[in-house]
Design a protein around this ligand. Structure first.
Ligand SMILES: C[S@@+](CC[C@H](N)C(=O)[O-])C[C@H]1O[C@@H](n2cnc3c(N)ncnc32)[C@H](O)[C@@H]1O
Length: 262
């Protein structure tokens, strides 16, 4: 699911896309085995992308063959999503719906999805616990939840390495992990906080990954134009993603979890 046409952009999404692709493969196998349609028989997954925006994840997931419903409050994002899905030949598998995390079940079916993505949204909603609760309630039994959110440690490190030491310290002590008035991100999470939000809704956490551990800290000149540098950095990001020490200083955190089957 990496994008060979946009190597720098792929640095931002590669770890999550790879983890997601494997998780969706496993879910599809489990679903077809449970339904007695092993081998596929045309079964694809119903995936909900809440706060899916312009389709950074929804479109690649649709390209895997799955049906994706994107719920997002922004008409502009949904317009861009529709155009992108058309350009990538998956318009028939991507449905954009205007709505938000709080009123999710005004626009989609409760318990209607094999997998739910909640990427880059919990930072912005008024009540992250409610956001996770609704995402979980959209899942079918045994469904897969994928949560991606801004990491506290990554922001502290980035501010400090940019010479903004007071802001780094402010973020470290702030209840929402913000470095000051000018901080565009309303809330950040430690790995423990994000994991607890998910386990608090009764899900079993399968993996926690650190995303963009190095990519945002390395000067572009050391990557762009250096033969093989992007690929080597991608491999480094993948290797560090599950190491707790690096996870703690990642720009983003990814939690993959499963709903109980009952
Ligand atoms: C940082 S973007 C992430 C987009 C996409 N999920 C991704 O990972 O590329 C945040 C998205 O959340 C949407 N959003 C903001 N508030 C929301 C809310 N209360 N419920 C659902 N989505 C929301 C925005 O419109 C935007 O598309």
């Amino acid at each position: 699911m990496s994008d060979p046409m946009r190597p720098r952009a792929s640095l931002r999404t590669a770890v999550v896309r790879d983890v997601l692709r494997e998780a969706l493969d496993r879910r599809l196998k489990a679903v077809t085995a449970a339904e007695g349609t092993a081998g596929g028989a045309g079964r694809v997954l119903d995936v909900l992308d809440t706060g899916g925006g312009t389709g950074n994840f929804a479109v690649p997931v649709a390209r895997l063959g799955h049906r994706v419903t994107v719920v997002d409050p922004s008409p502009n994002a949904l317009f861009a999503l529709e155009r992108r899905a058309g350009e990538e030949g998956v318009a028939d598998r991507v449905r954009g719906v205007q709505g938000d995390a709080r009123g999710l079940f005004d626009v989609v079916e409760r318990g209607g999805f094999d997998a739910v993505l909640c990427h880059g949204v919990l930072e912005y909603v008024d009540d992250p616990a409610e956001g996770v609760r609704n995402a979980v309630a959209a899942l079918r039994p045994s469904g897969t939840l994928s949560v991606l959110a801004a990491g506290l440690g990554g922001a502290v490190l980035a501010r400090a390495l940019a010479g903004h030491f007071a802001e780094a310290r402010q973020a470290l002590g702030d209840p929402h992990g913000r470095w000051g008035e000018g901080d565009p991100v309303p809330r950040r999470f430690s790995p423990e906080q994000l994991t607890e939000l998910v386990t608090g809704e009764g899900l079993t956490v399968e993996a926690v990954h650190g995303v963009r551990v190095f990519a945002d800290l390395v000067p572009g000149a050391l990557v762009d134009g250096e033969p093989g540098a992007v690929e080597a950095l991608l491999r480094l990001e993948a290797a560090a993603a599950e190491v707790p020490a690096f996870r703690a200083v990642a720009t983003q955190l990814h939690v993959l979890a499963e709903r109980e089957s009952g």
